[in-house]
Design a binder for this molecule. Structure first.
Ligand SMILES: [Zn+2]
Length: 278
């Protein structure tokens, strides 16, 4: 069942837990995530990042995601992740996406503010919620580094930004990074609590895979309602393919794809258990 970003996070708010948001740049990821969510009977967010346009073009993967959500036995939000181009966002809205993250976090504050307002006005014409980010993560989606460490979000600036833009969901920067962690991340989960109380909005953890179960639980307690999880799930798929190639002389690519799908499903299920408080 296709639902929008605001509705799905309301379910999480009601249960004081979080919804996992998983990138699904191909059919194997899509199957893995939807199957895991249906198995556990939990809501889920499936996401396409603008960065993955070269992996799967939006006009082709987008309608597949919408169909998968409509056919699913659980509530599913179809979300555009880290959208930096408003034209790209317009395409996703036309396809039927029910959540978008406008990411102007690398822009100067005023420009981020102005573009986020435009994104909110665009999404209002559709059944679509808007997430935006302030501060910057230690590395960009895809792994290229922009700073030596994260820039933590200032709570007062967050309040002003949320009020002025009218966004539905806020992504603060509190110490997580995208990709595979080279050392254990040090998270400021008190900052999450402060920003949650001051903004009153559901909060998002980016770079959510590779975080310890204790930090997930504390973060959820402090107001995180959406946890973005992808890199570690994807790596499990890669590992399964490597194992299979070592054991067998594989002819068909679909056998590799299926092995990856099953491994990613198991990893997604593990993450969903924690996010849903099981
Ligand atoms: Zn992210």
């Amino acid at each position: 069942m296709l639902v929008n970003l605001v509705e799905i996070l309301k379910i999480a708010e009601g249960k004081s837990n979080a919804v996992g948001a998983f990138n699904t740049p191909n059919l194997e990821c899509l199957n893995a995530v939807i199957n895991a969510a249906e198995k556990l009977d939990v809501p889920v967010i499936i996401a396409h990042a603008e960065l993955h346009e070269s992996v799967s073009p939006l006009h082709r993967i987008g309608p597949m995601m919408i169909t998968a959500a409509q056919q699913a036995k659980v509530p599913v939000c179809v979300h555009l992740d880290h959208c930096e181009t408003l034209d790209y966002m317009a395409q996703a809205l036309e396809i039927g996406f029910t959540g978008v993250m406008y990411d102007g976090s690398t822009l100067p504050y005023e420009e981020n503010l102005a573009n986020t307002k435009k994104a909110v006005a665009m999404a209002k014409k559709y059944d679509c919620g808007v997430e935006a980010e302030l501060g910057a993560l230690a590395s960009r989606e895809g792994g290229s580094l922009i700073a030596s460490g994260p820039v933590y979000t200032d709570p007062e600036e967050a309040v002003a930004f949320c009020n002025e833009t009218g966004i539905d969901v806020f992504a603060p920067s509190f110490g997580t990074a995208h990709g595979i962690y080279k050392s254990k991340p040090v998270l400021d989960l008190e900052l999450v609590k402060t920003i949650s109380e001051k903004t009153g909005l559901p909060l998002v953890m980016h770079g959510g895979s590779g975080v310890s179960p204790e930090d997930y639980r504390m973060g959820i307690k402090n107001g995180l309602r959406k946890i973005n999880y992808y890199s570690y799930m994807s790596k499990e798929g890669v590992n399964a393919v490597c194992d299979l190639l070592e054991r067998e002389n594989v002819t068909f690519f679909h056998d590799l794809a299926l092995a990856a799908e099953k491994a990613m499903e198991a990893d997604a299920e593990k993450a969903m258990r924690i996010f849903s408080g099981r």
